[in-house]
Write a protein that binds this ligand. Structure first.
Ligand code: GLN
Length: 202
């Protein structure tokens, strides 16, 4: 039997967390906004939204979230990063601002992510994307989106666009370069919640 209400968090430091929250609640999830390590208690999944990965990474340091997020994953939690959130999950980040030199990331997904792989804000676009696991194309909004330039061992490619990998999965970690929370198509959110339901009833 499926658990009625999966408990899922949305990292709410910056970016499009409200949109994710609304989508997940529309699908019946119980949603917690995560800002501090204690907010992760009792959750089976966490969405890392789009926004600005450098800002989010800095705030994650200030709020003491780096180790708790890695622990959350190690303890069996599922993670889904969209756009900037996907950058935070990658093992290696390319294209950090020069003043940063190196951009910290959670390194839970064995990929090298290239920031702003499709150009600047003005080059933002929407396209219909064929995503593995979905039977019909998904409308996908790309806003200064990254791409996974190197996909390492253990990672499954779920979607490509213009020859670039834009959705990937490794175990309990899902990453999409685009913004599924900005369209009315809830299928990816549903897919994520279904993986949590399986976890909660296991
Ligand atoms: N370009 C942004 C970054 O590198 C991501 C953009 C987004 O999340 N829409 O953090």
């Amino acid at each position: 039997m499926l658990a009625p209400r999966p408990r899922v968090g949305v990292l709410a430091l910056q970016g499009a967390f409200r949109e994710h929250r609304a989508r997940l609640e529309a699908l019946g999830a119980e949603v917690t906004e995560v800002r501090l390590p204690g907010d992760l208690a009792g959750l089976s999944g966490l969405v890392l939204p789009g926004g600005e990965s450098t800002t989010m990474a800095r705030l994650m340091g200030e709020f003491g979230l780096w180790a708790p997020l890695r622990d959350f994953h190690a303890a069996g939690g599922h993670l889904w990063g969209t756009c900037a959130g996907a950058i935070l999950l990658a093992r290696e980040v390319q294209g950090a601002p020069p003043q940063f030199g190196h951009q910290d990331s959670l390194a839970l997904l064995n990929v090298t992510v290239q920031r702003n792989a499709f150009g600047r804000q003005i080059d933002s676009f929407t396209t219909d994307l064929q995503v593995q696991g979905l039977d019909a194309p998904l409308p996908a909004v790309f806003i200064r989106a990254p791409a996974f330039a190197r996909v390492g061992e253990g990672v499954t490619v779920l979607a490509t666009h213009q020859g670039q990998v834009v959705a990937a999965q490794q175990g309990r970690v899902l990453a999409t370069a685009f913004h599924p929370e900005l369209t009315g198509d809830l299928r990816l959110h549903e897919l994520f919640l279904n993986s949590l339901r399986r976890l909660e009833t296991a």
